[in-house]
Design a protein around this ligand. Structure first.
Ligand code: SF4
Ligand code: SF4
Length: 359
């Protein structure tokens, strides 16, 4: 299931282009994605986080040593200070398993003006005071209408979700798998149901992204994809909360050919639950099939990248040029007057950074 990074036009506007460009020119990545825990009480079919190949095959998410309590707070803040991201996506496992730590982390990140996207199944209550954090975007994963969702995502059933999001303004995110496109009008019904819920301020759809060799019943056929994109176009035109501009639909129809052409993958540093293991080539890990990518974030960046400045130069060309310049600058020895990157987590498992400093 999708548990990705910033999506939708609003979010893209919010992490300003110019500061992001500054990070790229200094050799950094402006987006950070962190699997905050290896624990999850759900067993969703098609979950890529627990796929044996997710972390490259040498280890798995369940085998990693993850952090709790103060060491998790310190470790995550050290990672943020090291990367100085404009946007952090907190995924899991199930992030709410670590709600006590998040209760400390989220206000800290808010004070640092780092936008945070928290992707959750809402299997447990979302603390009510989190709704006061301006830079927090809570994204609830909902796998279709109640019969299908409850079968896949128990114990995070519709009943629980509706209880747990009371008083919040959340983004509802549905990953479209093959079973959801077998009945005409299904996505329409989903959009209607959530459009009528006051707690849902936006509705996002992404398409299931397979790993190489995936033979599961989740995988969309080319005809399924075409059908889903056509239905999404109609749904987006009808329901205001559905955040899916035409440029993104076109990006779903024509995803990046490879990770090296994927702006989102190139601009995001993704870490697993030991806060050290990098997830490559993108947050899906393993060997994702880019030609069937349905990641909302990737589509958002692809649509942005294909926009031509002055009708001539695609933004993606400038991003990749800037990235090359930044990487070359980063390889040069430190020069007086240039900002230094904060130290990485120490090999001993301790953390070198001090907590509470602004980025
Ligand atoms: S809730 Fe998320 S992490 Fe947990 S099994 Fe489902 S998709 Fe995977
Ligand atoms: S296009 Fe490829 S690299 Fe980019 S998010 Fe999709 S699967 Fe990952």
């Amino acid at each position: 299931m999708w548990r990705g990074v910033p999506e939708g036009e609003d979010e893209l506007r919010k992490w300003d282009i110019l500061p992001a460009w500054g990070r790229i020119l200094s050799g950094g990545k402006p987006l950070l994605s962190i699997e905050i825990t290896k624990e999850c009480p759900l067993r969703c079919p098609g979950c890529y986080a627990y796929d044996p190949g997710h972390l490259g095959g040498l280890t798995t998410l369940r085998q990693l040593a993850d952090y709790k309590g103060e060491s998790l707070v310190d470790g995550l803040m050290a990672l943020v200070r090291r990367y100085r991201p404009l946007h952090v996506s907190i995924v899991g496992g199930e992030p709410l398993v670590r709600y006590r730590e998040l209760d400390i982390l989220l206000p800290k990140l808010d004070q640092m003006r780092v936008a945070v996207q928290l992707v959750t199944s809402a299997v447990r209550p979302i603390p009510s005071h989190w709704s006061k954090l301006n830079g927090l975007y809570v994204v609830i994963s909902v796998d279709g209408l109640p019969p299908e969702h409850d079968r896949r995502r128990s114990p995070a059933t519709y009943e629980r979700i509706l209880n747990h999001i009371q008083g919040h303004s959340v983004i509802v995110h549905c990953t479209i798998t093959r079973p959801l496109v077998q009945r005409a009008g299904y996505l329409h019904e989903f959009a209607e149901l959530w459009s009528n819920r006051a707690e849902a301020r936006k509705i996002w759809f992404s398409l299931y992204t397979p790993q190489d060799g995936d033979t599961s019943e989740e995988r969309l056929t080319p005809a399924d994809r075409t059908h889903a994109i056509d239905e999404l176009r109609a749904v987006a035109a009808r329901f205001k909360k559905v955040d899916l501009p035409e440029a993104m639909l076109q990006a779903y129809a024509r995803p990046p050919a490879s990770p090296s052409e994927c702006l989102f993958a190139q601009l995001t540093a993704s870490f697993s639950a030991d806060l050290r293991t990098e997830i490559t080539p993108c947050q899906f890990g393993g060997d994702p099939v880019c030609s069937e990518c349905g990641c909302l974030a990737s589509a958002g960046f692809a649509s942005l990248g294909r926009y031509k400045l002055a009708g001539l130069v695609p933004i993606s060309s400038l991003f990749f040029l800037s990235k090359n310049i930044g990487e070359r600058r980063k390889k040069k020895p430190h020069q007086v007057g240039e900002p230094q990157i904060s130290p990485a987590p120490s090999a001993s498992g301790g953390w070198d950074g001090r907590d509470g400093q602004a980025a």
